[in-house]
Design a protein around this ligand. Structure first.
Ligand SMILES: Nc1ncnc2c1ncn2[C@@H]1O[C@H](COP(=O)(O)OP(=O)(O)OP(=O)(O)O)[C@@H](O)[C@H]1O
Ligand SMILES: [Mg+2]
Length: 257
């Protein structure tokens, strides 16, 4: 569904700070894939997702989504079919708006109705049912402002908002890293559930190597702007955190084992 051909991205070209962040990457995401992405600090993981979502223009190469060349498409257009969640729980939701207003914006993102449409009773019922699936009691707090939620609840809501408009691609950049272990597990389980939505493919960056092998169906390892490992199937099933470290000489303080 997503095809990346010879993608290249250098920051600060021609300056003393010149940095090759993405080095000639070829990558093919299959429909329904849930890929976990690991790699040391500065390996290019976030840049890869930022290039796919159009935050940065790329220097060379092509990005094809469902047969369409989106290489030069601006970020706001790509956001119609790409959902994103970041590390910071404060980033994903509008602080001063209620849960149902946040959901309404996310739900209407791709329609012309936008904010003006408000929320009708039927839509509220749908939100309520879906919120109940999160298992956090948010369905009874729809009129409360998002700022009252805990980090884990906000991240769950953000994740829900990212998939409510039925994107083709879900990009997650360490979206559980700022949460306590219990909340992180809950949000990961939700991620797992959402990733099974028909027609959705998922890419998730994590520094937790166990999670990287446990969730999803495929794992890639990035090093200095390159994909140096891409495993799935039996090879992945047989992979352990210990073997990963040994084979790929992973050294990273932030890497969780
Ligand atoms: N906007 C930018 N301007 C200049 N350099 C950048 C920019 N974004 C990233 N870089 C550089 O590109 C390289 C790759 O960064 P990137 O953020 O993709 O790493 P990462 O794998 O996500 O690391 P981390 O695990 O620390 O989040 C780094 O050397 C970084 O300093
Ligand atoms: Mg990063």
């Amino acid at each position: 569904m997503l095809k990346i051909e010879k993608m290249h991205k250098t920051f600060g070209k021609g300056t003393i700070n010149e940095k090759v962040a993405i080095d000639n990457i070829d990558f093919n995401l299959r429909p329904g894939d849930f890929v976990t992405i690991i790699g040391s600090n500065g390996a290019g993981k976030s840049t890869l997702l930022n290039c796919i979502s159009g935050v940065f223009p790329i220097d060379k190469g092509k990005i094809i989504l469902d047969g369409k060349n989106i290489t030069r498409q601006p970020e706001f257009k790509r956001s119609k079919f790409i959902g994103r969640v970041f590390q910071d729980p404060l980033k994903g939701t509008a602080f001063d708006m209620t849960i149902e207003e946040n959901l309404s914006i996310a739900y209407n993102k791709n329609s012309f109705r936008g904010l003006q449409s408000g929320i009708n009773r039927k839509q509220k019922e749908v939100f309520r049912e879906k919120l109940a699936l999160l298992g956090m009691g948010l369905e009874d707090r729809m009129k409360q402002k998002a700022k009252l939620l805990s980090g884990g609840q906000r991240q769950a809501l953000t994740l829900f908002m990212a998939v409510i408009s039925k994107p083709k691609l879900l990009l997650l950049d360490e979206h559980t890293a700022a949460l306590d272990p219990g909340a992180a597990k809950k949000v990961l389980e939700l991620t797992n559930r959402f990733s099974k939505e028909p027609g959705l493919s998922t890419m998730m960056i994590t520094h937790n190597m166990k999670d990287a092998l446990q969730y999803g169906n495929r794992t890639i390892l990035m090093k200095e702007g390159k994909i140096v490992m891409d495993i799935s199937g039996d090879e992945r099933a047989d992979m352990t955190v210990e073997k990963l470290i040994e084979q790929f000489e992973i050294d990273n303080d932030r890497m969780l084992l």
